[in-house]
Design a protein around this ligand. Structure first.
Ligand SMILES: Nc1ncnc2c1ncn2[C@@H]1O[C@H](COP(=O)(O)OP(=O)(O)OP(=O)(O)O)[C@@H](O)[C@H]1O
Length: 233
């Protein structure tokens, strides 16, 4: 299998605190993977290692992506630039209008980030990642404080972007709905120290509807699995 991103026996401890244990994760070009795990398990730490913001205690990361885009939990917009100029800063030739439209922020191009709500800043953060046309997009709870309606529409929009130009996606979430909707494959993590418990199928095809009986059945199975009511095979 051609690999876009691969971790081998990745381990991380902060002094005595063991956070990641032997994470072996591989993502192929154009593949979408969700990391689903309990709060405090070590998911953000894993993404920070992938972004080069933390060093692993042991193990390796291979990243073959040409253009990586990271969306971290807290928006990291440049405060003195308008929304539009935050996007043009990362890609001066990019279509900022289209990027803002896809996150329903087209009317706010000239706003400074300080005049937006937290959820709006999160959406601009996502637009800023999309405008770089990444071949690897890494999302850390990118939709966490958004209401269900906008969350669904943004996930649909992300899906559209992917269909037009498939990119590798690694998204970290607590939300089974998000994992099932966005990802082809779901990696379940244990509580800290995070290790991989299981890998299960996510979205089966492009026709997958979030309100279909099939989706709801899978969602409830996943919730049971996460709450420990079902044994993994
Ligand atoms: N720089 C650091 N120094 C010491 N401990 C840290 C550091 N960064 C994270 N930790 C600890 O590592 C553990 C995992 O944190 P992390 O943020 O990776 O979890 P998470 O799975 O992303 O959580 P959540 O889903 O709640 O965001 C926590 O116990 C946290 O306190």
């Amino acid at each position: 299998m051609e690999t876009l991103l691969k971790t081998t026996n990745l381990c991380k401890s902060f002094d005595e605190l063991e956070v990641l244990r032997d994470i072996n994760l591989a993502i192929a070009p154009g593949e979408r993977v969700a990391l689903l795990g309990p709060s405090g398990a070590g998911k953000t730490t894993l993404l920070k290692i992938l972004a080069g913001l933390e060093t692993p205690t042991s193990g390796t990361v291979e990243n073959h992506a040409q253009r990586n885009a990271f969306v971290f939990q807290e928006p990291r917009l440049i405060p003195w630039r308008s929304v539009k100029n935050n996007l043009l800063f990362v890609n001066p030739a990019g279509d900022y209008k289209e990027a803002l439209r896809s996150v329903e922020m087209a009317d706010f191009a000239d706003y400074p980030p300080a005049d937006l709500s937290g959820g709006m800043r999160q959406r601009v953060n996502l637009a800023r990642a999309l405008i770089t046309q990444p071949d690897l997009l890494i999302l850390d709870e990118a939709f966490h404080s958004l209401d269900l309606g906008i969350k669904m529409r943004l996930m649909e929009s992300l899906n559209q972007h992917w269909q037009e130009n498939p990119f590798g996606l690694l998204c970290v979430t607590h939300d089974p709905k998000e994992a099932l909707y966005l990802a082809d494959r779901i990696v379940l993590l244990s509580a800290r120290p995070a290790s991989i418990l299981a890998e299960i199928e996510g979205r089966p095809d492009q026709q997958w509807e979030i309100t279909s009986p099939d989706f709801l059945t899978r969602e409830s199975e996943l919730i049971q699995l996460l709450s420990g009511k079902t044994q993994l095979d």
